[in-house]
Design a protein around this ligand. Sequence first.
Ligand code: ADP
Length: 356
Amino acid sequence: MKRIPHFLEINRPSILPLIAAILAIAIFILDTVTDLEIAAAVFYVAVVLMSVSFCQKRGVMLVGAACIALAILSYFLTRSGSPEAGLINCVISISAITATTYLVLKIDSARVAVYEARAQLAHIARVTALGELTASIAHEVNQPLAAVVTNGNAGLRWLTNQPPNVEKTKQTLERIVREANRASEIVGRIRNLAKKTGPQNERFNFNETVLETIALMLSEIQRNHVSLQTELQDDLPLVFGDRIQLQQVVLNLLVNAVEAMAMMEEGPHNLLVSTTNDNTRTVLFAVHDTGTGLEPDKLNRLFDAFYTTKLEGMGMGLAISRSIVEAHGGRIWATQNERRGAIFQFELPIRRAGMP
Ligand code: ADP
């Protein structure tokens, strides 16, 4: 059984193995000393079920085997009752433990398959979203490259002056290095988003992720005459989870907001992006736009897979966003903006100090 790092798992109490061990011992004692002709060892299935939460595939099989061994041992240690009934009870218990172990392993492999399919879909959606931003990204990279060329030419001129102006040449070279670094940062961000990685759990600065995503969208924002306002809370606690996946959610919401405003020829194109931590238990991310807005009767369908109102839409962005946010123990929702447009928000729980 491959361990899927479910983000909720980090809250799982570590005393579960202890409880399972105590339960197994209690069942063993009950099964050995009881005079009643009942298959008490059947309760070992509870131990096997518990073991899924803290063991990998081999561990669950070992727990199943240990439970079977305990059931057989208590059959031989039991002095009272009829040996035939005891044997039948022992066989029933062993069958129940074996069947439970097998089913538990099967269910978990199915869970792994679903998780992997979702991760692949998320990756495809991410690359598709980046594809949609190609023109904007190319423009974003082109700007520093053009600046490198301009400064390079200026530097050459300062050098060929008589006498060569070393100070001015130095300044142009510094500008070249700065612009080249900017281009390489943009390429780095795209590469990060496009790369296929397994789930990466880490604590990270969510505001930085939001700003990086906005940086990828800047040309798109300008091209659509959108005026952007950011209200990012300064002392936002670190968020725990998969940075790239959460960045994908931010990207989806921003792309949707800009697209919804691009469809409106009249009126303001105002985009407000904010992060807050008002209730101290969660980090809240919100995107307010003044786009087409949401029809009240469609609100509950927005996050369904393949729901789209766009000619070339896939209808997967919000569905994937919801599954990513929920896998992080959070929730995502949409409401109509006061005057016009929509508000999309998601909140993520904060893990407090002392937690793993
Ligand atoms: P797609 O963008 O491919 O249509 P999504 O799942 O991202 O898929 O969005 C589903 C639908 O939700 C969109 O087609 C659109 O009708 C609606 N929607 C999403 N974001 C907004 C928004 N900011 N304003 C208005 N409608 C939106």
